[in-house]
Design a protein around this ligand. Structure first.
Ligand code: TYD
Ligand code: MG
Length: 456
């Protein structure tokens, strides 16, 4: 049998070469050549598509609003992140750290689709069918239309797809799948790209929606990132702290919906449970009237979420006091501590400071600044904040408080959970649509003002 011709292609500029080249003579990039199957057949396929299908310009006004017919997914937190359901023929990459729950969640999705829509093929390259069966038993899943296979060879997987004719395909994971026309090992960028491209054209041509599981590298991006993210329609990340139960499913790219949606789940003994009221869940174990605790309303995309920020300051025994941040950026914490010291007269140079966001949540938006600063100050002064107070605002280097986005939505969420007072930047009112009067807003100009309002 004649081997398929392989070529080496520069990932930067696309130049071809018969052999890998250390440095691209065209764009000068180092080590940018990866192996690929010569795409003769591919260009033919494109030609046929062009002959078979002629596009037709349409008036903008005649195109209907939601052109995507979606396969409904009865797991609402999951459907929300996809933009309402699975678009037929779409290809979705789901990434996350090992053990975070990707296989569990997708097996649950596979089961509900098999029960409500039609056959689902779950291809695992990592676990045996028996292992998956054991997980299914734990999840209490049973469906005659759910097909499992342990396979890593792309061509065999394609055969299985032919025979099962699934309505949904799940490949767990793209890094274990290999195309035997390439010499490189599975997981290699060229393998990942070749396999993903094959699944993509399969999804597009047959309308089979496909989930690809992607491993993340140490830096937190999906291995072979650029190539993969370009090929797929949607990129989801499952995040969370492996030692905490909460998991956030976030979309970072979505050709068929907003990228700002998050779904919240909790890892239980029987699989991933939806958390339909995350704010309540994040505050469930809160101890009221303890010093060093402050509640912030953070936005996860379009969704307001209440979270507890805790601060703890203790006398240090080091010459360089320690600053530890969990769930917030440590550099942001250092900045806030500097502002607290200089602008609000909170002495911190002989204190170790720890900050933690409860529930394994990570808050990166500056709106949490005020809450972080208040939590630390409350601990230093050993005075608790009012139990029914939320605080938000970006803290500037002069100690001034700056406006936060989407304040009305945040205030509504806080009021919904029974909070009575909200500490907000003074500039909030003039800049925003009218603030809802569901909650008493205390408007302050500086961090020092906020401190005297909150802890006296
Ligand atoms: P898994 O879905 O295998 O993660 P991934 O595919 O992202 O690597 O999840 C593995 C972890 O989840 C494992 O530590 C056990 C735990 N788990 C539960 O807590 N409850 C469950 O019902 C299941 C199936 C797994
Ligand atoms: Mg897995």
């Amino acid at each position: 049998m004649a081997r398929n011709r392989t070529v080496y292609v520069c990932q930067e500029c696309g130049r071809n070469a018969p052999k890998p080249i250390g440095r691209c003579p065209n764009c000068g990039e180092w080590n940018s050549y990866v192996e690929q199957v010569a795409e003769v057949s591919n260009s033919k396929r494109v030609q046929q598509r062009l002959i078979g299908h002629r596009s037709e310009p349409q008036r903008l006004t005649e195109i209907s609003g939601d052109p995507w017919e979606r396969i409904p997914v009865p797991i609402e937190e999951f459907a929300r992140v996809l933009g309402g359901g699975i678009v037929p023929g779409s290809i979705i990459l789901i990434g996350g750290e090992p053990g975070i729950g990707k296989s569990t969640l997708l097996l649950q999705v596979a089961a509900v689709i098999a029960n409500t829509v039609g056959p689902v093929l779950y291809v695992s390259g990592e676990e045996s069918a028996r292992q998956i069966k054991m997980r299914a038993e734990r999840l209490d899943i049973a469906s005659d239309d759910l097909f499992l296979v342990t396979e890593t060879s792309l061509s065999t997987i394609l055969d299985h797809i032919q025979s099962v004719q699934p309505d949904l395909l799940i490949v767990d994971s793209i890094q274990t799948t290999y195309d035997d026309r390439l010499d490189s090992a599975p997981g290699n960028v060229s393998q990942v790209k070749a396999c993903a491209t094959e699944f993509q054209s399969l999804a597009k041509n047959n309308g089979i929606p496909t989930f690809l599981v992607g491993h993340v590298t140490k830096e937190g991006s999906i291995a072979g990132p650029r190539v993969l993210e370009h090929i797929v329609d949607t990129v989801l990340y499952l995040e969370g702290d492996a030692f905490q139960a909460f998991r956030l499913l976030r979309s970072v790219k979505n050709r068929f919906g907003a990228t700002s949606e998050v779904g919240v789940f909790e890892m239980q003994g029987y699989g991933m449970a939806e958390v339909t009221n995350p704010s309540e869940a994040f505050l469930a174990d809160r101890v009221v009237n303890a010093s060093g605790s402050s509640i912030v309303v953070t936005m996860e995309g379009t969704r307001p979420l209440l979270a507890e920020v805790q601060g703890l300051a203790t006398p240090t025994s080091f010459t360089n006091p320690r600053r530890t941040a969990n769930g917030v950026d440590v550099n942001r914490l250092l900045l806030l501590l500097a502002v607290l010291t200089r602008r609000a007269n909170i002495k911190l140079f002989e204190q170790d400071v720890f900050v933690n966001v409860i529930g394994g949540l990570r808050i990166d938006e500056p709106a949490a600044d005020l809450s972080i600063a208040l939590a630390v100050a409350s601990s230093v002064l050993d005075r608790p904040l009012a139990a029914d107070l939320v605080a938000m605002g970006e803290v500037g280097l002069s100690g001034e408080l700056r406006a936060v986005s989407q304040l009305p939505a945040r205030l509504n969420e806080a009021a919904k959970l029974g909070f009575k007072h909200a500490l907000v930047p003074r500039s909030a009112r003039s800049r925003q649509e009218p603030l809802p009067d569901v909650i008493n807003t205390i408007e302050v100009r500086t961090l020092a003002d906020a401190l005297s309002a909150a802890v006296g």
